[in-house]
Write a protein that binds this ligand. Structure first.
Ligand code: KIV
Ligand code: ZN
Length: 515
């Protein structure tokens, strides 16, 4: 039997460190559930010491997830480890991930610590974390630029102190595959107690090599990969989960290992992360891009018709691509609706939730003839928005635009139980709607992103809108979906405004990672 390659997903932690990719606690729980469904081994849910909101999110994920191990990040400091342990208390299986930098530049310039003090700090942190759980991971930050001899000493000491997993991060994406693979091989041979821990890698994509480096490491014996859905992450991102998993699965002849990932759930997880963060997936992205399995050239099409293996190395359905299948319509009943929701992985918590979702489905079916799986997923997101306690709600929106007229919007909002009206003109109906809403809420926020995505094909498709707002360093993403894209835009804008109205002392993770 092939060795198991553990998948450690850090979409909720390193992924959230992408500029603009902030997620609410409820959104993190939804992503965690999708990761659990994928059968990810470890979910790194956040960095609990970073802020009360990060703490809350790690705790909420620890409460919600039962199948995957939940992990919290901590610097090699007792206060960080205490906070991580506290947040992870509800987890069925918990891991504390502690780290300290080991490269000369990080030790000298950032930590201002001698190598001996770093080594001692690593050992103390691992020992301290072991008081809370048997499952402690140690990372040597910037290992890719660390002195190999020193790295061997640190790894040996961390394992001796009780680290079950030792992680080799290429923090700045500096490594190249042949050399990174050799580094792992060297560590596995030279570290005397290497057999007592799992070697893990964590690669960033600054040179576009995160997946290649991770795979080179796997080839040389790494048995855990740290990665994110869609390759989300700081700067150019982290290694993409879907690419590593499919490379290892497809090339079993090369890699003597495999993951437990349920690959048919990959596309759904990718869509969810993209919708929540507002980070679109490029069409030519491997595995999850819209064109990943599309054959345009006649010669290819001809070959695929004769035998799909002439040009296809993977099957689209194995990663969750379904041809926009019409699943339900106006006359579908509650049972068919519930059955399809279960098939696409949505569990509605009780009958009341089922009834509400079914009502939204009927409303949509009145506007749209054919309802696809993607529409159902959007319906769930919309439901989550409606359930959230939002101080400002949209009552009505009317817009007018056309040739020779100045686009205008009239909006009625309910804000803390009081009705407000506003009218505005704008460059187009969406601009006018946003201005009208601002006329009431005066959020003072700056619009950083406005993106519309058609959920399915056809002119009656629902438009899914993402709006990103920034105010005093705080970034929020709002979402809305509707067959009317102006309405979807107004919903998304209000969703973002509502997030801003909820007090939060958290700045974007990018800003609090001074360590
Ligand atoms: O990139 C990095 O070094 C990290 C560590 C905290 C593992 O994210
Ligand atoms: Zn990282």
């Amino acid at each position: 039997m092939a060795d198991q390659l553990l998948v450690f997903d850090t979409t909720l932690r390193d992924g959230e460190q992408s500029p603009g990719a902030s997620m609410t606690c409820e959104e993190k729980v939804r992503i965690a559930r999708a990761l659990e469904r994928l059968r990810v081994d470890v979910i790194e849910a956040g960095f609990p010491i970073a802020s009360p909101d990060d703490f809350k999110a790690v705790k909420a994920v620890a409460e919600a997830v039962t199948e995957s191990r939940v992990c919290g990040l901590a610097r090699a400091l007792t206060k960080d480890i205490d906070r991580a342990a506290e947040a992870l208390k509800p987890a069925r299986a918990a891991r504390i991930h502690t780290f300290i930098a080991t490269s000369p530049i990080h030790m000298r310039e950032k930590l201002r610590m001698s190598p001996e003090a770093v080594l001692e700090g690593a050992v103390k942190a691992v020992r301290y974390a072991r008081q809370f759980t048997d499952d402690v991971e140690f990372s040597a930050e910037d290992a890719g630029r660390s002195d190999p001899d020193f790295l061997c000493r640190v790894m040996e000491a961390a394992i001796a102190a009780g680290a079950r997993t030792v992680n080799i991060p290429d923090t700045v994406g500096y490594s190249v595959p042949a050399q990174f693979g050799e580094l792992i091989a060297m560590l596995k041979t030279r570290v005397p107690n290497a057999d007592q821990a799992i070697f893990s890698v964590h690669c960033h994509n600054d040179l576009g090599l995160a997946v290649a480096n991770s795979l080179a490491a796997v080839y040389h014996g790494a048995r855990q990969v740290e990665c994110t859905i869609n390759g989300l992450g700081e700067r150019a991102g982290n290694a993409a989960l879907e690419e590593i998993v499919m490379a290892v699965r497809t090339r079993q002849d090369v890699f003597q290992c495999d993951t437990r990932i349920e690959t048919p759930h990959i596309v759904a997880a990718s869509r969810l992360v993209s919708t929540i963060t507002g980070f679109a997936v490029q069409p030519n992205k491997a595995i999850v891009g819209a064109n990943a399995f599309a054959h345009e050239a006649g010669i290819h099409q001809d070959g695929v018709i004769k035998n799909r293996e002439t040009y296809e190395i993977m099957r689209a359905e194995d990663v969750g691509w379904t041809a926009n299948r019409m699943v339900l319509g106006k006359h579908s009943g509650r049972n068919a609706f519930r059955a399809r929701m279960t098939e696409i992985g949505v569990t509605l918590k009780d009958d009341a939730a089922l009834n509400q979702a079914f009502e939204r489905f009927k409303d949509l079916a009145d506007k749209k003839h054919e309802i696809f799986d993607e529409d159902l997923q959007a319906l769930v997101s919309e439901g989550a928005l409606e359930e959230a306690v939002e101080p400002v709600r949209l009552m009505t929106l009317e817009t007018a635009s056309g040739t020779g007229t100045k686009p205008r919007a009239d909006v009625r909002l309910m804000w803390n139980g009081k009705e407000h009206e506003a009218h505005a003109e704008g460059g187009g109906p969406v601009d006018a709607a946003f201005r009208a809403i601002e006329g009431v809420v005066a959020s003072g926020a700056t619009l950083q992103l406005y993106a519309v995505n058609a959920i399915t094909s056809g002119t009656d498709a629902q438009g899914e809108v993402t709006v990103r707002l920034e105010r005093q360093g705080r970034i929020v993403n709002g979402h809305g979906a509707d067959t009317d894209i102006v309405l979807a835009s107004a919903k998304a804008y209000l969703n973002a405004v509502n997030k801003l109205l909820i007090p939060d002392n958290r700045t974007h993770p990018q800003l609090h990672r001074g360590m």
